[in-house]
Design a protein around this ligand. Structure first.
Ligand code: ZN
Length: 145
């Protein structure tokens, strides 16, 4: 799943659950659940496309997080934390491709788990991503605290 969908899911979880002891662990759990459903991917072989994709995604993630933090300002810390936690496991992808780190025992197990749950990555996964993102945006646009 894209980082944008992960982070936006974290924001929605923060707004729904409102309590950090629930929202933060659920945001982390949501990352792995979303990675298990069919979603898109950009092959690492196409580095220029991948770099552009990461840049656009980062800008969108930061924009939607800041907008939500301003719009729902009484919950800004929880929203920001949940957005980051929901995306966090994907932050490690560049490190997975480092041969030295890949062989560190705990890190290697996590890499294998994270890779295996993404069995359904496909080019057509963009449709699922776009539909899911639309649902999240509709929720945010109609939600009030
Ligand atoms: Zn992931």
């Amino acid at each position: 799943m894209t980082g944008l969908n992960h982070a936006t899911t974290g924001i929605v979880i923060a707004l729904v659950f409102k309590r950090p002891e629930l929202a933060i662990p659920l945001s982390l759990l949501s990352h792995f659940l979303l990675d298990m459903i069919p979603h898109s991917f950009v092959p690492l072989k196409r580095k220029k496309l991948f770099t552009s994709y990461l840049f656009i995604e980062t800008v969108l993630m930061l924009t939607i997080t800041v907008v939500c933090m301003v719009a729902f300002n009484d919950m800004w810390l929880l929203i920001g934390t949940c957005a980051v936690v929901a995306f966090l496991p994907d932050f490690f992808w560049p490190f997975y491709y480092n041969e030295k780190l890949r062989h560190v025992p705990g890190f290697r197990s996590f890499y294998i788990f994270h890779k295996r749950i993404q069995w359904s990555e496909t080019y057509r996964g963009w449709l699922v991503e776009a539909l899911y993102f639309s649902v999240l945006v509709i929720f945010l646009a109609t939600h009030s605290t």
